[in-house]
Design a protein around this ligand. Structure first.
Ligand code: SAM
Length: 226
């Protein structure tokens, strides 16, 4: 049945006690896992599509875009930008593929490699969306949440307006805490009500009557998003 989704259940009641130590370790020790060939090929294809549109177009990354519905919306709302939607699930991406806006490229890749390739190329993002990442709510799974993962320190290097949304308050609280620790400044988060859901998961959670949370940080210290 639709609209009966549940908020992630967790024995964890506050910011994970190991999170600060994990973030500090990941910042100290560069992540050296080799990049896989299929991710490099996907990255090269995405960069080629971007350059076909003219490399001047500001870049929006829809990280873990699922079906890409949010990527389509971002592309339509930001016609001057080029949007790359990345998801590791071919099945999800295929569900979404129809006629795509010309300023959008959907690609199957593992973000752990895609993010590092972007940073290695010196790419700067205009906007960076992490809509409803898998929450990994079990206490022992903290290192699978993006902010507990070794790749996390790469994210602020990409700049732009970065936004994480979740229906699990603790995920967003932790994201803000971890980003604040990397940036050396206070980072806030808030509950919000979407006017128009940006993605299928947002729609499902909203229609299930759940509270939604987001953390938005302007890494370039500019203001405003379209
Ligand atoms: C809960 S869904 C959210 C999808 C979409 N953002 C939305 O809001 O509807 C989480 C998505 O993250 C993707 N994902 C998880 N780990 C990933 C990774 N390492 N690289 C790329 N995509 C990943 C999954 O395939 C899945 O589509």
């Amino acid at each position: 049945m639709y609209a009966n989704s549940r908020v992630p259940q967790s024995a964890q009641t506050g910011i994970h006690e190991r999170l600060a130590e994990l973030v500090d370790r990941h910042r100290r020790e560069p992540f050296r896992k080799p990049v896989l060939d299929y991710n490099r090929a996907a990255f090269d294809a995405a960069m080629a599509a971007w350059s076909e549109r003219g490399n001047e177009a500001p870049l929006i990354l829809d990280a873990a875009c699922g079906t890409g519905a949010s990527s389509v919306l971002l592309a339509e709302r930001n016609p001057d930008c080029f949007v790359i939607g990345v998801d590791q699930s071919e099945a999800r991406l295929t569900t979404g593929k129809g006629d795509l806006p010309a300023n959008l490229h959907l690609v199957r890749a593992d973000l752990v490699d895609f993010w590092r390739l972007l940073a290695g190329r010196g790419a700067r993002l205009e906007r960076h969306c992490l809509f409803y990442p898998n929450p990994w709510p079990k206490i022992g799974h903290v290192a699978r949440r993006w902010h507990g993962h070794a790749v996390f320190p790469v994210l602020p290097q990409l700049g732009g307006l970065i936004e994480c949304r979740s229906n699990w308050r603790l995920y967003v609280e932790e994201f803000a805490f971890a980003m604040g620790r990397l940036l050396g400044r206070e980072v806030g988060w808030q509950e919000f009500v979407p006017d128009e859901p940006v993605s299928p998961f947002e729609r499902k959670y909203r229609d299930s009557g759940q509270a939604l949370y987001r953390c938005e940080i302007d890494l370039d210290d500019r203001r405003g998003a379209a």
